[in-house]
Write a protein that binds this ligand. Structure first.
Ligand code: NAD
Ligand code: UDP
Ligand code: UDP
Length: 336
């Protein structure tokens, strides 16, 4: 028998006190709307290397085109319902369609993405010792009976409705995050994101802000789903990205609400967009979809106290920033 091999000598470079290795960050769903803005922000830091894993269901390479070929950036076509082997320090787990028309299109796939996808990313986090952040949603509060919603509210969700694949999927994803944390000591962060808007939203995404802006730019009637008195609170995407990074870098697991507390009815939103973008368009009332939450507004006390975060951009200022992007993509420049 030969003597046992001595342990390998650590690389002097890696262990030198002068050597600060780059931070390797995985962003799942990084080709989507919020994910691509997050990637832009992370790439600004020269110490970050960013890997995006996306199956392009609702996202596109176009959103990341300025980074393709960059030495600190890598894009992988990957479905998170399959295992993924990469070596990273942090995981921002966003992969999941967010617009009702897309998450209802293949509800079973939406559940798999939320449950198996999150399980795989937690398994990855466990293997490599990475910190992982989940982008959960205000939809975990369902059609809320408490207003505004704070994180201690358990929600009012229909378990068998057409939105349940998303709502219940995200609720299980949150449960998995906390079970991996308690059982395996994984470092977790859970953000509950409220409605977010901004440039790069899919034009045919089906969400209300993108629908109304595209309609106003095209000169088509703004389709307010009945009754029009239902409310939402809209956060501009740069504020959201700032909140996500603060949560990841901070010391608190969450769940923490991230959203803009300014609350509007859908009729008010239509009137604001009409006034700002095209005073000549009509506003029409159309049928709603089942289980539409009647009110939604975040209580962001926790985000303010624990992360020192609050949104800076008001709806009135954010909508015009989105208009330019939509006009360019729709080939309809402003005429006046
Ligand atoms: P998005 O649809 O633009 O982005 C989602 C991305 O995930 C897309 O690039 C899509 O191709 C990718 N994806 C979907 N399924 C996948 C799979 N199985 N494997 C790999 N990639 C997959 O949506 P978004 O608005 O950028 O939302 C990002 C995250 O934020 C989602 O987790 C969503 O639930 C959450 N969120 C968003 C909002 C909002 O208002 N935008 C609100 C609450 C929560
Ligand atoms: N997993 C992954 N990448 C890794 C490690 C794990 O995708 O680097 C997946 C793995 O395929 C499994 C899941 O994560 O389906 C959960 O992994 P865990 O180790 O927690 O559980 P187990 O493999 O024991 O079921
Ligand atoms: N909505 C609307 N017109 C549209 C699309 C949506 O009035 O063209 C309404 C919808 O009924 C809901 C709100 O806008 O009350 C927000 O819907 P969205 O799909 O943007 O997001 P949700 O918050 O429901 O996930």
């Amino acid at each position: 028998h030969s003597a046992a091999k001595p342990p390998p000598t650590p690389s002097p470079l890696r262990f030198s006190k002068f050597f600060q290795p780059n931070m390797r960050i995985l962003v799942t769903g990084g080709a989507g709307f919020i994910g691509s803005h997050l990637v832009d922000k992370l790439m600004e830091n020269e110490k970050n290397e960013v890997i995006v894993a996306d199956n392009y269901f609702t996202g596109t390479k176009d959103n990341l085109k300025k980074w393709i070929g960059h030495p600190r950036f890598e894009l992988i076509r990957h479905d998170v319902t399959e295992p993924l082997l990469v070596e990273v320090d942090q995981i921002y787990h966003l992969a999941c369609p967010a617009s009702p028309i897309f998450y209802k299109y293949n509800p079973v796939k939406t559940i798999k993405t939320n449950v198996i996808g999150t399980l795989n990313m937690l398994g990855l986090a466990k293997r490599v010792g990475a910190r992982i952040l989940l982008t959960s949603t205000s939809e975990v509060y369902g059609d809320p009976l408490v207003h505004p919603q704070d994180e201690s509210y358990w929600g009012n969700v229909n378990p068998i409705g057409v939105r349940s694949c998303y709502d219940e999927g995200k609720r299980v994803a949150e449960t998995l995050m906390f079970d991996y944390h308690r059982q395996h000591g994984i470092e977790i962060r859970v953000a509950r994101i409220f409605n977010t808007y901004g440039p790069r939203m899919n034009i045919d995404d089906g969400r209300v802000v993108s629908n109304f802006i595209a309609q106003a730019v095209r000169g088509e009637p703004l389709t307010v789903q009945a009754p029009g008195t239902q409310t939402r609170s809209f956060c501009y995407v740069s504020d959201m990205v700032d909140g996500l990074i603060r949560l990841m870098e901070g010391e608190h697991t969450g769940p923490i609400n991230l959203g803009n507390p300014g609350e509007f009815t859908m009729m008010e939103l239509a009137e604001t967009i009409k006034e700002l973008i095209n005073p000549n368009v009509a506003i029409s009332s159309v049928e709603n979809t089942p289980d539409d939450p009647r009110q939604r507004k975040p209580d962001i006390t926790k985000a303010k106290e624990l992360l020192g975060w609050e949104p800076k951009i008001k709806l009135h200022d954010g909508l015009p920033l989105m208009e330019g992007d939509f006009r360019t993509r729709l080939g309809k420049p402003r005429t006046n």
